[in-house]
Design a protein around this ligand. Structure first.
Ligand code: FES
Length: 155
């Protein structure tokens, strides 16, 4: 699996989700409390833009006039026909074992860790291992560091 940078953590200060195109897929990354969850932006019902839907939690009542509301913001409701999915697992609310949307691992990496991942991917030794040989011309390179934290999705 390869990590793909979605956004800086501070980008989520002004919004609760980022929808990005990753390796040909539209994926929504959501901030819930201090955690990040990612699901495919394609509803398994009829292909609706799931990640544009509203978020909610679970309301339970043991008697009239009282209720408990929990897991605030952890369920995503499709804007087309209101099927609901658990952002933590991708499982549907109504049939969790059979109906689900693809969920992806997320991580928070600091800028230097992101650069290290990218360097590993573009490393000449890795190219040789893939059957490619370094060419005769080299460009001058400079050390780079990035001082920020990034949300990444593993695909
Ligand atoms: S397309 Fe999402 S509920 Fe129908």
């Amino acid at each position: 699996m390869a990590p793909y940078v979605i956004a800086r953590i501070r980008d989520f200060d002004a919004m609760d989700r980022v929808i990005a195109s990753v390796a040909g897929r539209s994926i929504g990354v959501f901030k819930v409390g201090g955690a990040f969850f990612a699901v495919r932006n394609q509803c398994p019902h009829a292909g609706g833009p799931l990640c544009l839907g509203d978020r909610g939690g679970i309301a339970r009542s043991s008697e009239p006039g009282t209720f408990d509301y929990s897991r605030r913001g952890e369920f995503l409701r499709c804007p087309w026909h209101s099927w609901e999915f658990d952002l933590r697992t991708g499982k549907s609310w109504f049939d969790p074992e059979r109906v689900r949307v693809r969920a992806y691992e997320t991580a928070v990496l600091d800028g230097d860790a992101v650069l290290a991942c990218e360097a590993k991917v573009s490393d000449g030794a890795a190219s040789e291992a893939e059957g490619r040989e370094p060419g005769p011309y080299q460009v001058e390179t400079y050390p780079v560091s990035v001082h920020d934290d990034y949300v990444v999705v593993e695909i």
